[in-house]
Design a protein around this ligand. Sequence first.
Ligand SMILES: [Zn+2]
Length: 464
Amino acid sequence: MASIRFLGAAGTVTGSRFLVEAAGRRVLVDSGLFQGPKEYRLRNWAPFPVEPSGLDAVVLTHAHIDHSGALPLLVRSGFQAEAWCTPATADLARVLLPDSAKLQEEEARYANEKGYSKHAPRALPLYDLADAAGAIARLRTLQYGTPREIVSGFTLAFSRAGHILGSASALLTLPGNDGAPLRLLFSGDLGRYDAPILPDPEAPPAADFLVVESTYGDRDHPAVSAAVDLEREILAAVARGGAIVVPSFAIGRAQEVLFLLRELEQAGRIPALPVFVDSPMATAATPIYRAHREDHDAEMDALLARGIDPFTPTRLTFTRTPEQSKAINRVVGPCIIVSASGMATGGRVLHHLEHRLPDAASTVLLVGYQAAGTRGWSLQNGAATVRMHGKDVPVRARVVSLPGFSAHGDRAEVGRWMDGAVRPPRRTFCVHGEPTALAAQAARIAARGWLVHVPRHLETVELG
Ligand SMILES: [Zn+2]
């Protein structure tokens, strides 16, 4: 009996994990960590619903931790098979998984120092660097558009999803109950049309069943241009004479910001300011973004063919050491500091904010989603002070949100992607969204005349 079981990202956004079973084989599509509220994060600690050693393969749609971050956990619990992904996803995972392991180790160390681990004599990390290395050793790569049998009877094919470098939709063809093959398509996270760097999401291949992301199922992005907003705010910041701090996700968003800065400079729309990338992960990810030609759109191709580095504004510095990072504090006058984390929950951006927020000439540009409860969210909502390193830092800088940046297609764009289906799937499952977004997306899919379902956490559905 062929079936799918929704082990995560069902009724919520994070923890993407979908177990596909057929003909006695088990393939897990995505193995993400749950993030956000504690009730979800606790799920990371629960025993995996199936024995990891019994999995025949894992497929990763992309490298974001909510899709890949549980792979080290599986390895720690006995997973020994192969984990399939695109070449760029493998390269990004080599950066992201060890970083995730370090965060887990730091959290455990902190709990032990503060003594708030009540139940065990010592808090243990969810996984450690050795587990991340073990996960990386399991990675196997598959190019877009080249179907391959990854497990006896299971064929995998990737198509471009345009979300981050290496992101893919995954088509699994598996043995159906009557012996005829079943085609099960996972959208993965879908990106935007006409975005810089990456090509548009590819139209979905024909499928019997579709599992579609619903992050923005109830919303459209505002009709603004990231480049136009960025230009306006940089010019305003230059007029104020202060620094511009850009808290940014290190992978994807940082490269997009660099791309637009170079483009605006070359077009003569902004002056060539000193630009600092102060994030070891963004520094590691940028050459990966440059190297993977198979993930580039025509504009990227054309720039690289002309010998132009699309991620290099004229006065760019990647800081390497903590000393170089601290030295940015001494830069007087307009400059741009791109630093992680994107919601100011940690990372080097904290010391830049601590230094620049009290300065009324400075500007903070929020170029990413700010989850409730984060410092980025407080800034976005006009907080007079934010707490950092044990003190309340006054916010005198100008804080601006630039909503034109998003790595997720909105309601209309995911609709456009589904419009490309050659025939309706027999059934569509809405995942990876908050409940209101899932309900709205399901209603729109039902309005197409498609059979649709919003699965519950741990629900199993037979694919008859
Ligand atoms: Zn993602």
